[in-house]
Design a binder for this molecule. Sequence first.
Ligand SMILES: [Mg+2]
Length: 161
Amino acid sequence: MFSLLKPDFAITSVVELTLEILKELQITTLLLDVDCTLKRYNKLVPLPEVNNWLKQMREAGINLYLVSNGGGVRIRQFSENVQIPFAAPAMKPLPFAINRVIRLMNYDKKTTAMVGDQLFTDILAGKLARIMTILVKPQGENEEPWFARMKRPLEKFIIKR
Ligand SMILES: [Mg+2]
């Protein structure tokens, strides 16, 4: 059971996922949680550095899809602002929304990762859907001890390979 809550990687922010690292991980599709992953909870636009990162990913041909438990209207507005399609409310940790998006878009589970800030929703949903999971530190909050303990820098993985 515990392994279902253990992300494959834990990083501080999505911007750490560079094109080089995604290539190493053989990931071409990112399913992205919205609140506290791409933006602060009460905002409708991403953090500036995240916005640049999203643009860079899109221009490089990385598939992006928002998978949020948030309400439809709020997430729709964010989706329009960043021009990335969305599934919401996704009812994570149930894996159905993730599976539906993958089927609908013809993505490959082997090259798809779920990225989010919550173990009990994002990571568990990704695990249940049997895709790679990447935990990020909640944006706009201080780093918490449990996160630090779990943190497994991507660099280590890359060096190992
Ligand atoms: Mg979140």
